[in-house]
Ligand binder design. Structure first.
Ligand SMILES: NC(=O)c1ccc[n+]([C@@H]2O[C@H](COP(=O)([O-])OP(=O)(O)OC[C@H]3O[C@@H](n4cnc5c(N)ncnc54)[C@H](O)[C@@H]3O)[C@@H](O)[C@H]2O)c1
Length: 365
């Protein structure tokens, strides 16, 4: 039995199915979407590719498989080209679908290929990492990286279905699982103080991947994201709160080099930074800032530069990378800042001195 969360976007709306032992592609009409391009990475495909192909074959669909190397470097324009070439060679037409089986990297890459191939074909997201289940597979953002920064080329392309089979989390490496928890904590900070409190109280069970707790948490995070996306699909306003912790997080990922820090680890560092800036700019109570840092640390996420192994990082390159962020206007980054746990404001401009001081404060824990 799967739990279902709906993303209400009118004719572009879709269901997110969350459960155990469920397979993707159920919403595809086998007569219309005869052929499916299954995109996965070199870690996930050997584990779950065959099961997925069998499920599709059982529904009368033919599968063509494309496997990219695991890792953030694969979110490249070269891989978009080779996926599109493969789709064309396999005779995929506009009725066909791309199925992304993997973490956020595969989802973003395959999603972008689905957005541009033949000016857009159907996309099914089958997220296999915690981060992809609670965040990247929902909402229609797809992207690849440039050397100038992450996600600088992309498109909004909503999936027709998201299927999160929680069973696959059993093989997710611990560091990757914990990285996904950073986005879970983010939902607590930006939207849901009760979720935040649950994470605090049940931290141990969360870390042990307790089955029913995990189902509740993934479903809650998806419901929050669905609600926000339905209000502001193209991020003209409130959707930007999902970027809490990402302004510094993306800059740190760029400066440290992709792959040094996992996405969630960079977001955790960014959340701890945003909490410091929020103290100075929005009067976030000391106690709330302490709870944010405390929960991140409880999960083993880096909440200081030292903890991230970046104790020697200097501010200037990070500030320059922030200026290159696609959400920056005229070199001035906009921040999402917290007023309390569960409530944030977006579009905040912050003075240079405060930004630099908060970065220095981030060295210690
Ligand atoms: N589109 C969006 O809205 C959005 C939101 C947040 C993050 N992102 C993007 O998501 C990416 C990060 O996603 P991620 O953390 O899932 O990284 P990832 O896709 O690189 O996956 C992490 C690692 O876990 C492995 N893996 C995944 N599922 C597994 C499983 N079930 N068993 C064993 N191994 C498994 C992968 O092979 C990889 O080595 C970044 O590129 C980030 O920019 C996108």
């Amino acid at each position: 039995m799967a739990r279902v969360v709906h993303v209400d976007l009118g004719e572009r709306g879709y269901a997110i199915r969350i459960g155990r032992d469920i397979t993707p592609g159920e919403t595809l009409d086998a007569r219309a979407a005869r052929r499916v391009l299954l995109v996965s990475d070199s870690n996930v495909e050997p584990l779950y590719g065959e099961r997925c192909r069998r499920a599709l074959a059982g529904r009368g669909q033919e599968t063509v498989t494309a496997v990219v190397k695991a890792g953030e470097d694969s979110k490249s324009i070269e891989n978009v080209k080779s996926l599109c070439e493969k789709a064309a060679a396999a005779g995929l037409d506009r009725s066909c679908a791309v199925l992304a089986l993997g973490g956020g990297m595969v989802g973003d890459l395959a999603g972008f290929a689905a957005a541009v191939f033949l000016r857009g074909v159907k996309l099914v997201q089958a997220p296999t990492s915690l981060l992809a289940m609670v965040d990247s597979s929902v909402g229609g953002k797809t992207a690849i990286n440039l050397s100038a920064g992450k996600n600088l080329v992309g498109a909004f392309h909503q999936p027709v279905e998201v299927t999160a089979d929680l069973d696959v989390l059993a093989t997710l490496p611990e560091r990757e699982y914990v990285s996904g928890l950073a986005e879970v904590v983010k939902y607590g900070i930006i939207w849901d103080a009760v979720l935040f409190e649950t994470l605090e109280k049940q931290a141990e069970a969360v870390l042990k991947r307790d089955a029913s707790l995990l189902e509740d948490i993934v479903a809650r995070c998806c419901a929050i994201k669905a609600e926000i996306v339905a209000m502001d699909e193209h991020e003209n306003g409130v959707r930007s709160i999902l970027n809490f912790g990402h302004t510094l997080g993306h800059a740190i990922e760029t400066v440290a080099g992709y792959g040094r820090l996992l996405h969630g680890e960079a977001v955790a560092l960014g959340a701890a930074y945003a909490a410091r800036v929020s103290r100075a700019e929005k009067g976030l109570p000391e106690e709330a800032a302490r709870r944010i840092v405390g929960l991140l640390e409880r999960f083993g996420l880096p909440a200081s530069l030292n903890a991230a192994g970046l104790g020697a990082a200097s501010w200037e390159p990070v500030r320059r990378a922030m200026a290159a962020d696609k959400k920056t206007r005229g070199g001035l980054p906009r921040f999402v800042l917290a007023e309390s746990v569960g409530s944030v404001v977006f579009g905040c401009e912050v003075g240079e001195e405060t930004l630099a001081k908060a970065f220095e404060g981030l060295r210690e824990s």
